[in-house]
Structures are given as structure tokens and as C-alpha cells.
Design a protein around this ligand. Structure first.
Ligand SMILES: NC(=O)c1ccc[n+]([C@@H]2O[C@H](COP(=O)([O-])OP(=O)(O)OC[C@H]3O[C@@H](n4cnc5c(N)ncnc54)[C@H](OP(=O)(O)O)[C@@H]3O)[C@@H](O)[C@H]2O)c1
Length: 239
């Protein structure tokens, strides 16, 4: 395969939502811990999230006010370092002004993951100069829109990523599903319904792709009981 094996790993409600009050209930904190434990046990080479998820999980500093007065920066992929584990951010417009080359987190499954920004060529020179200055890697996935197939091919070819955890939110998951780029789904299901209209679904489409959206079939690989009525469900893509 010319791209990584991609596992969509998420916590959901019974009705397939990935945001909402149910996530904050103390009764389910053990199931959230199970999610992070499973993330670590996968031993993947990296995890990938959309810009909104990255921002909510890893708070970002405001954009600097400094003006870039250096030479124009050629739109070429930039490998700041080769690492054992990567945090891949889908950030087409360059909105994540990382303050360091790697994630700082209390969870060993995320801490020190080297950041790769996935950009379009439309981002500013000042943003690229900022990433270089901080030692953050970046790759280009298209001129003004992202070609996710190209992006994941580059993750394997340029950074050696063999197994990738796709960890939301709904928009980025929906884009990967629609492009046929999900090989496996791993769900920690919390026994609560989340009827809020604002809650984000596991797969949200219609933002970046147009035309008919085909249903994607998966077969159950394993179902495991977790404490407090939770389930860990894994599915593999039907070929
Ligand atoms: N329950 C769980 O396991 C779990 C896991 C992860 C996240 N979450 C939650 O999910 C929520 C966020 O989900 P979300 O669906 O709103 O946002 P998201 O998928 O995290 O990020 C969406 C953004 O990423 C960029 N993006 C994603 N796919 C793209 C594509 N194909 N082409 C170009 N750009 C693309 C765009 O950034 P720009 O807007 O900058 O263009 C887009 O607005 C958060 O509240 C988070 O806490 C839950």
C-alpha cells in the first residue's frame, strides 16, 4: 500500500455523536481513560486531527503581529525532523500558530509527538516562517484545496508513517471516509444518547466533497465489554 493503514479511533454516544455533555459526565470518565489507553496500545506512528480538534485539545497562542520581510518561501514540503511519533494537523489555511515543535501533554500517548502541519499553498509566508522557526514540519496537500490521498501518501513516503490513527472531529473523519481512506474503525461507545442538534456526528460530509456519497460497509472485527456499560467495537473495511 502506498499510504499508511488508517484507523479511525473515536469515543461516541449510542447515537454516534462525538461531542456533547455525555463526554463530561463523571460516570463515564473511566471509558474516556479506556479511549486513551487503546490509543497508546495501538502503537501507531502518528495521529491526525482536523484544525478544530487540534485547537480544542492543544490551546494555541494568538497569531503574532510581526510582519515577514524575508525572501519569498518556496512551497516545498519541510521536514524539520524525523520522529518516532507524529501529530498531524489538517490546517489548510494556516491557523494553528504552534509554539513548539512537538505536543506537550500529560498523556504519554500524545506527549512529544512531532507536529506535521498539512497545508494548502495559499498559506502566508509569515506562517511558514513561523513554523520553520519553531521546528514544526509541514507538507502541502494542494494549491487551494487538500487532496487527502496525496497527503497520506506523503505521510508514508516522506515521514515513514505506516499506521495512522484518525482521531476526528466529524468533518475530517467524513472527508477521509468519503475518499475511501479508512481501513478500520475503533469506537469506544458510551451508553448515553446525545440528542443535541449541535452535537457533531462521527462522520460529517458535505463540506469539501460534492456529489453522491456512497455508503461504506465495514465488518465487525471484535466487540469487547468495558466497565460502566461501555463497549469497544472494532470494524474492518469490507473489500
Ligand atoms: N469524541 C471523540 O473521540 C472526539 C475526537 C476528536 C474530536 N472530537 C471533537 O470534535 C469537535 C470538532 O469536530 P469538527 O468536525 O467540528 O472539526 P474537525 O474535523 O476537528 O476540524 C475541521 C477543520 O479541519 C479542516 N479540515 C478538515 N477536513 C478538511 C478537508 N478535507 N479539507 C480541508 N480542510 C479540512 C478545516 O479547517 P479550516 O476551518 O481551518 O479550513 C475544517 O474546518 C471538537 O469539539 C472535538 O472535541 C471528539
Amino acid at each position: 500500500m502506498d499510504r499508511p493503514y488508517i484507523i479511525c479511533h473515536m469515543v461516541t454516544s449510542l447515537d454516534g455523536k462525538v461531542t456533547g455533555d455525555f463526554l463530561g459526565k463523571s460516570a463515564y470518565s473511566g471509558l474516556i481513560e479506556d479511549y486513551y489507553r487503546i490509543h497508546r496500545e495501538y502503537g501507531a506512528d502518528g495521529f491526525l486531527c482536523g484544525r478544530v480538534t487540534m485547537e480544542s485539545s492543544f490551546p494555541q497562542p494568538p497569531a503574532p503581529t510581526a510582519v515577514y520581510d524575508g525572501p519569498p518561501i518556496v512551497r516545498e514540503d519541510y521536514i524539520a525532523e524525523s520522529a518516532a511519533f507524529y501529530a498531524v494537523a489538517i490546517d489548510p489555511q494556516g491557523k494553528l500558530w504552534w509554539s513548539d515543535r512537538a505536543i506537550a501533554d500529560t498523556d504519554d500517548g500524545y506527549n512529544d509527538a512531532h507536529i506535521i502541519e498539512v497545508l494548502t499553498q495559499s498559506v502566508s509566508d509569515v506562517f511558514l516562517a513561523h513554523l520553520r522557526g519553531k521546528g514544526v514540519s509541514y507538507l502541502f496537500g494542494g494549491k487551494t484545496e487538500l487532496d487527502l490521498s496525496l497527503v497520506v501518501q506523503k505521510l508514508k513516503r516522506v515521514f515513514g508513517v505506516e499506521t495512522l490513527l484518525l482521531e476526528g472531529g466529524g468533518i475530517v473523519n467524513g472527508s477521509f471516509l468519503q475518499e475511501g481512506l479508512i481501513d478500520e474503525i475503533s469506537l469506544v461507545v458510551i451508553p448515553a444518547a446525545e440528542p443535541s442538534e449541535k452535537a457533531v456526528p462521527l462522520f460529517q460530509t458535505g463540506h469539501y466533497q460534492t456529489g453522491d456519497i456512497a455508503a461504506a460497509s465495514f465488518r465487525l472485527k471484535e466487540a469487547k465489554n468495558l466497565d460502566n456499560g461501555g463497549l469497544w467495537l472494532t470494524y474492518q473495511k469490507q473489500s
